[in-house]
Design a protein around this ligand. Sequence first.
Ligand SMILES: *Cc1c(COP(=O)(O)O)cnc(C)c1O
Length: 401
Amino acid sequence: MGYFKSNPDSKGNFGEYGGSFIPPDLQAEMDKITDAYFSISKSHDFITELRSIRKHFQGRPTPVYYARTLSEKYGGRIYLKREDLNHTGAHKLNHCMGEALLAKYLGKKKLIAETGAGQHGVALATAAAYFGLDCEIHMGEVDIAKEHPNVVRMKILGAKVIPVTFGLRTLKEAVDSAFGAYLQDPVTSIYCIGSVVGPHPFPMMVRDFQRVVGIEAKEQFHDMTGEQPDNVVACVGGGSNAMGLFSAFIEDGECEIYGVEPSGRSLNLGDHAATMTMGKPGMIHGFKCYNLQDEKGEPAPVYSIASGLDYPGVGPEHSMLKDLGRVNYVVASDRDCLDSFFELSRLEGIIPALESAHAVAYACKLATMKPRQSILVNLSGRGDKDIDFVVDNYGKEYGLE
Ligand SMILES: *Cc1c(COP(=O)(O)O)cnc(C)c1O
């Protein structure tokens, strides 16, 4: 049990990464959140309420599914942890319900967040509705246009969607905008980060709320096969669905772990968001991690077909796990993603989120390399949000009229 006791340390460091580099007034609020998290999250009432929410509202546990047809095609034995069946269609509700429950215990009135693909915004708007809290979601204009159904969902759920009109108008600018809004009112509002990123305590807190994915999957996989998986695979944007799954296997030395980043259109700067594959350690949004930077040391423009993966930083824990060599960070391209998006739909009857399709794509590649081994993939979300975009831009190529 040593790993979780020492990662992060009491200052929020994961090895040389993580920490908290923010203005003093914001730091004071973060310290309050940290203290509250440590006491409240261990309380019987909090744990009981969160368990009940997961079971009765979210529909957990989500199943593990053996993808027989895909396995027959590629070799190996490919299993999917079905986070696409979690309420709101992705893993993100796991940490949003935790963050909102914490907000309730702290007496906060409003949840503030950024969103990329819109999944975090929808999940947080859902959590806010559940607890009767106000909700303000900052979203880049580019993503608003691309992810229209999620924008409508947030509004139906009662959230206020704030369009972000500066810079590349995607996830990075949305984070800046949401941070700014939180700084104006840190007493009655709380900032709910959408991944295992940002200053301490968020990388730890979001990971802890996502651990349910790994804990369930490990037990379910064992019940189905009598074994532990030989390999686990997840896509990495900020890295929350990946940390959720990986956390159950980090201390199991036999298990090979793969984090899949988007190589987008190419590995030229601006064409991808493969932060750990192509980046170097640096600072972003108040914490240390691998970064994609331009020649001036500013966060570089990033791109992926999957809005939820295009962030120029990554979780500090992933940065540490990369340096330790415990997790292999690999890439899948836009094309790999699209092929898997259609293949999983047609072979298994599951339309994956474009983010998740990156993990499926790499798992299929792995299956051909390791035909006798088992592979457990985190299917982080469902693809309903992506269908209009995919059909409009790629439908013809994949045989749709
Ligand atoms: C947001 C999102 C991701 C990426 O976020 P992580 O924090 O890296 O997990 C992956 N899959 C889906 C479906 C998402 O909505």
